[in-house]
Ligand binder design. Sequence first.
Ligand code: ZN
Length: 68
Amino acid sequence: MKKINDMECNIREGIFMEKWKCPVCGYVYDATLGIPDNGIDPGTSLEQLPDDWVCPLCGVPKEDFKKE
Ligand SMILES: [Zn+2]
């Protein structure tokens, strides 16, 4: 009998280790951590953030963030 590895099933492609950096202030959005203080759950990629989300430090729109 083969057992399915639950851990493999739970991995969401492209989420883990994803980091985005603000080009102005250097703030790093870590998708693994999210921003719990702002209601952003851990595991939320930059694409999944609201379109009007901006850098919490300097207000740069998310489109300007650079993937690390
Ligand atoms: Zn910034």
